[in-house]
Write a protein that binds this ligand. Structure first.
Ligand SMILES: [Zn+2]
Length: 196
């Protein structure tokens, strides 16, 4: 597993000083990943490669493989949609077109619901280890409370390039954080001390 940058876990107290927001949450995983794909195509590609390695292999469950394939296919359509497929191999006879009918040959349902990817599946694949994806955004610093809550997201002042003015730094931070959030976000100076 990847290292989690920006989160100091081996001390009981930490402090941070960033220009950013306290108003960020990952929200709906599908929408979030669509935003990343749109705004950060390079990072999305990297992310997809790692996800496919971790969750798309032969030993992964069907739901995980389906989610990865859907992401690789461009995230078109609704992955939560259920589809009705044929339940047995026998040819359809008169009257079998209806749902909830049993095949006269084998007794199986003639039509069944295809495996549906549910929101829990998506969350377990995409959001289980939410913060590892921050690895793809080394410029961004996030601070979590050690659980799943984002306390702050922003640009660390100490990492600002020497030749950048404060105004440029703020502008750049706001632009990237807004992209990351998928909406315009107001940014501010955030300095806090917190306990892990
Ligand atoms: Zn049958």
């Amino acid at each position: 597993m990847k290292n989690r940058k920006g989160f100091v876990s081996n001390s009981s107290t930490s402090s941070f000083c960033i220009y950013g927001t306290n108003d960020f949450s990952f929200g709906d995983p599908i929408e979030f990943y669509k935003t990343i794909r749109k705004e950060f195509p390079e990072q999305f590609k990297e992310l997809l490669k790692d996800l496919a390695e971790n969750y798309g292999g032969d030993d992964s469950d069907e739901a995980s493989k389906k989610i990865i394939a859907w992401m690789q296919g461009g995230m078109e359509g609704n992955i939560l949609e259920a589809t009705i497929v044929r339940g047995c191999e026998h040819p359809i006879k008169e009257g079998d077109e209806e749902k909830n009918k049993f095949c006269s040959e084998c007794g199986k349902l003639t039509w069944v619901m295809d495996h549906v990817v549910c929101e829990d599946d998506i969350e377990s694949v995409l959001m289980d280890d939410t913060y590892w994806l921050m690895e793809y955004f080394p410029e961004l610093t996030y601070v979590s409370d050690g659980d799943v809550m984002m306390v702050a997201l922003g640009f660390d002042y100490s990492k600002a390039p020497d030749d950048m003015t404060f105004g440029e730094f703020r502008k750049r931070a706001k632009k990237m954080i807004s992209k990351f959030a998928g909406k315009e976000l107001e940014c501010k100076h955030i300095a806090e001390e917190y306990s892990c």
